[in-house]
Design a protein around this ligand. Structure first.
Ligand code: ATP
Ligand code: MG
Length: 180
């Protein structure tokens, strides 16, 4: 099924000059870039992109908790809490600071089953757990325990919409006012 999905090359991808390589990977797979722009997003835009949602906070918190556990590290020492909701809220704060810290490249990719296929190509949220054949695994080895100890989100280079509904919401959020 022909679909569109939103991809954001995050500040680390732009700073590391990886945009060209990452875009090539999508083009080589057969996706069309139907919209693209470079911008430093406002706090408001990022807040609306990652809505304040308890499920999201708990999901993000649990990723850190299991990552710390895998490494035999004490999350309370670093995050001051063992509660996934509290940890998730702290990660969200860092994420907003990070996403507004410099230019990102936002684009809409179109292709067969774009939402699912692009996510697959991005790989696991935590690059250290991502398959080396994916974009996150190919270009990063970061993990939550290291990142959270430095009071930052994982540097995982890329965002891609998780579901078709999310893609529609995110495309109109980032490109809605443009009549393209
Ligand atoms: P996925 O949904 O596949 O997990 P995602 O990129 O959509 O990937 P989210 O859980 O939606 O991940 O989180 C959004 C972003 O917040 C992540 O891409 C990452 O930059 C950051 N993040 C999320 N959880 C953590 C965490 N536990 N530690 C550090 N950063 C995190
Ligand atoms: Mg997500």
């Amino acid at each position: 099924m022909l679909e569109r999905t939103l991809v954001i090359l995050k500040p680390d991808a732009v700073q590391r000059k990886l945009c060209g390589k990452i875009i090539s990977i999508f083009e080589d797979a057969g996706f069309n870039i139907v919209k693209a722009k470079l911008l430093t997003p406002s706090k408001d835009l990022v807040e609306r992109h990652y809505p304040n949602n308890n499920n999201w906070f708990i999901g993000a918190g649990n990723k850190s908790i299991s990552n710390f556990k895998e490494q035999g590290l004490d999350i309370k020492e670093v995050m001051g809490s063992e509660d996934p909701l509290e940890i998730g809220k702290t990660i969200k704060k860092w994420l907003v600071e990070y996403m507004t810290s410099g230019p990102v490249m936002a684009m809409v990719l179109e292709g067969n089953n774009a939402v699912k296929n692009v996510r697959k190509m991005c790989g696991n949220t935590i690059p250290s757990n991502a398959d080396p054949s994916t974009i996150r695994g190919r270009f990063s080895i970061d993990s939550s325990d290291v990142a959270n100890a430095e009071h930052r989100p994982v540097s995982n280079l890329i965002h891609a919409s998780g579901e078709v509904d999310e893609a529609n919401y995110e495309i109109s959020l980032w490109f809605g006012s443009e009549n393209v």
